[in-house]
Design a protein around this ligand. Structure first.
Ligand SMILES: [Zn+2]
Length: 357
């Protein structure tokens, strides 16, 4: 028997005849997954909150693996400074200032047109968290801030839904799969007093390199595949931390906190909205203004600004303009991101003056 014929006969024995499965044949061959695991994966759903570096890489891995229904949520738009590490975006997306959720959806569709992919341009808040995250088998962390992570944690613990925490700064990253009632939750891990310094560093203050975000995304996606393919017994249940520069890797057992606000006392302070300010820091030298429950007419606003002699850049999702040394990006849901200042008073004043109250 020639090698081609041998391979063909081998394929017909090992792999299912269903041509839909040809795409996933190498994954099905992996004993941890198998055909049954693949079927479960195709019937499963996951929502990724935040589609920056970790979110984009995780989304890509899950789309390629055949998670049947994926939702990607992001509040921001693509910039040139993202391209160094955010694997789903290219120069065209940055030039067009496309929202990351829209650019990601388009790219993910090209990677796998056989699954259901949804891109939502929004900031996840106590008001919309249930609407955006409910009904998914798994929630994945692609965020860049702890306010949103604690909000996800509150939602997930209350809804008894698994979610996976993931973060990276500099050359260091960590990830931990959280199963409410089984493992520790994020509040168990991070609301301890010694966790303080971890909460302050963001990519915009210390920078970040591509290899660590892809490594953390891979670790996160692997846990996701176990959960979604029905192989929860394979979850290692540990917090993994790694530094690709020093080569230091750690696998840490995390115990539940018997006094935990969230998973023991069921005090959901983030879900209740008590911890959500109206203006939040959003990266280096920028703030986000959370004006909600309003729908902005971007075309009307563009016209108003043009009449005032202000140059406006606009697409279907957002409008961007510069005044003095500031740049304002306004979204259809009324949110705005101000670059050039971290002063809430400046943000409020510019918003009121150019967008209205
Ligand atoms: Zn807890």
């Amino acid at each position: 028997m020639g090698r081609g014929a041998w391979l063909a006969s081998k394929r017909s024995i090992v792999l299912p005849i269903n041509p839909v499965f040809e795409r996933y044949s190498r994954q099905i061959l992996f004993s941890g997954m198998g055909e049954e695991g693949q079927r479960k994966l195709l019937a499963s759903s996951a929502v990724i909150v935040g589609c920056g570096a970790i979110g984009a890489s995780t989304a890509q891995l899950l789309a390629r693996a055949g998670v049947g229904r994926l939702r990607v949520i992001d509040r921001d738009f693509v910039e040139y400074s993202n391209l160094q590490r955010q694997a789903l975006f290219d120069e065209n997306d940055a030039r067009d200032s496309l929202p990351k959720a829209a650019a990601a959806k388009r790219k993910l569709r090209q990677l796998n047109s056989e699954i259901d992919i949804d891109g939502v341009v929004a900031d996840v808040t106590p008001q919309n968290v249930a609407e955006l995250l409910d009904g998914f088998d798994l929630i994945l962390d692609g965020t860049d801030n702890f306010d949103t992570r604690f909000l996800i944690n509150d939602f997930a613990v209350e809804a008894a839904r698994p979610w996976i925490y993931a973060a990276a700064v500099g050359s260091y990253g960590l990830t931990f799969a959280i199963r409410p009632g089984v493992t520790a939750c994020l509040a168990c891990v991070l609301e301890a007093p010694e966790a303080g310094s971890l909460l302050e560093e963001t990519c915009d203050t210390v920078g970040v390199i591509g290899p660590i975000v892809n490594l953390v995304a891979s670790l996160e996606a692997a846990e996701a595949l176990k959960i979604l393919s029905g192989h929860a017994e394979a979850l290692h249940g540990r917090l993994l931390s790694c530094d690709v520069w020093s080569g230091k890797m750690q696998s840490i057992a995390i115990l539940r906190d018997a006094q935990c606000r969230a998973c023991v006392s069921h005090e959901f302070s983030y879900l209740d909205g008590k911890s959500q300010p109206h203006i939040t820091l959003c990266g280096r030298d920028s703030v986000q203004i959370h004006e909600r429950r309003r729908s902005l007419d971007l075309a009307g606003l563009a016209e108003k600004l043009s009449v005032a002699g202000i140059a406006v850049k606009k697409n279907d999702f957002l409008l961007k303009f510069a005044v003095a040394s500031y740049e304002l990006t306004v979204f259809t849901d009324g949110r705005a991101i101000l670059k050039g200042s971290t002063d809430p008073a400046v943000a409020r004043s510019l918003y009121a003056r150019y967008i209205g109250t």
